[in-house]
Design a protein around this ligand. Structure first.
Ligand SMILES: *Cc1c(COP(=O)(O)O)cnc(C)c1O
Length: 354
């Protein structure tokens, strides 16, 4: 039963009483829970909860999901916005930022409320799947936009949809010839990996190939044995896996943690794709690090892990201007035709170019 993902969804822990039965909360956490969960609700799957240490307030999984009073502190949240990237446009559930890629939020529901969620605004709204009418409108738009080669299915969480709904969406997209690839963005391999033990779902994903899946692991502790099993099942169906992590203060902003995360991902054959600088989301500003932090981490990783394990450090520009990538500065100075580079071990090396 615990092996079924519906068990995970239907037995989510939502109330303070239930949570207190599972982990030991501090007084402050209990106070914060009462106030904060009225604005930004709390929910967690039994699987994800089982990854937490019972008595450790600084447990990284705990810090990602247990409400904190900072979420409602106007001082701390200054500068944060509900939708800084203007994702919500004229057509609901859709963001068309880059000409060739279209993002659809096929579900407004996620089984776990991560406190740093970039779509924290969704916590407050109506939960559920996209309606048939809304989907139809997006598909009509997609048909007309021949420059779109990739559709990204996101949420909420896309894999909370039934197999039937997912297949319907995939079938409709595949009828549109200019769409070459479909990508899912999901946190399910961390939250309820049992979703991918479902043979029927795996068959559907294989049938509508090429499908890519972007996972969302921020900390090595989120990658459980069940997660690894789920990832393996997806890979066997020919689905390339890439991970998107967010840099979170006090959770994964230690270089060693990112190194361990990348190592664990590579062993599971998941390529670390992005490390995001934490977005300026109202209610999640206390998770932000300095911008330089990510650069320090990448610099640390160089020479300690395969290049396959080093993600791109990305920053989302405000107002929906897209992502930019930041990398440590290796070109130190230039004198005439001489270029001075910093090697991975810190040595300065001169390259003379004609
Ligand atoms: C991030 C994002 C994408 C995909 O960007 P990639 O760099 O291809 O991963 C597409 N659409 C929107 C709206 C996005 O925010």
């Amino acid at each position: 039963m615990v092996e079924s993902y519906l068990f995970q969804i239907n037995n989510r822990i939502r109330s303070l009483e239930e949570l207190k039965g599972r982990i030991k909360l501090t007084k402050e956490e209990e106070e914060a829970f009462k106030k904060v969960s009225k604005v930004y609700p709390f929910a967690i799957t039994p699987h994800y909860l089982s990854l937490m240490e019972r008595d450790e307030p600084n447990d990284p999984i705990r810090l990602m999901v247990i409400p904190k009073r900072e979420e409602l502190n106007p001082e701390v949240q200054r500068g944060g916005e509900e939708d800084p990237f203007k994702e919500e446009g004229d057509i609901p559930h859709m963001t068309h930022r880059y000409p060739d890629r279209l993002l659809i939020r096929v579900s407004n529901f996620c089984p776990v409320y991560c406190r740093y969620c970039m779509r924290k605004r969704i916590f407050k709204g109506k939960e559920g799947a996209i309606s048939y009418k809304e989907l139809k409108r997006i598909l009509d738009y997609l048909k007309r936009r021949e420059e779109v080669r990739e559709v990204i299915l996101s949420g909420g969480e896309p894999f909370v949809l039934s197999n039937q709904k997912l297949e319907f969406i995939l079938r409709e997209i595949r009828k549109i010839k200019h769409v070459e690839i479909i990508r899912f963005s999901t946190k399910m391999p961390a939250l309820a990996p049992q979703r991918f033990f479902d043979q029927k779902l795996l068959e559907i994903l294989e049938k509508y190939s090429p499908i890519y899946i972007n996972t969302h692991f921020n900390h090595p502790r989120e990658i459980s044995e069940q997660s690894e099993e789920a990832l393996e099942k997806l890979l066997r169906r020919g689905i390339p896996l890439n991970n998107q992590a967010v840099l979170l203060k006090g959770i994964n902003d230690e270089p060693q943690v990112q190194l361990q995360l990348s190592r664990k991902l590579l062993k599971a054959k998941v390529r670390p794709y992005y490390l995001f600088f934490c977005d300026p989301i109202k209610g999640a500003m206390h998770f932000r690090t300095s911008l330089e932090k990510g650069l320090e981490i990448l610099e640390f990783m160089r020479g300690k892990i395969s290049g396959l394990g080093i993600p791109r450090y990305a920053l989302d520009l405000p107002g929906g201007k897209g992502k930019v990538f930041l990398s440590p500065q290796n070109l130190i100075k230039k004198r005439g035709k001489d270029y001075y580079f910093k090697a991975f071990n810190g040595e300065v090396v001169k390259v003379s170019l004609q």
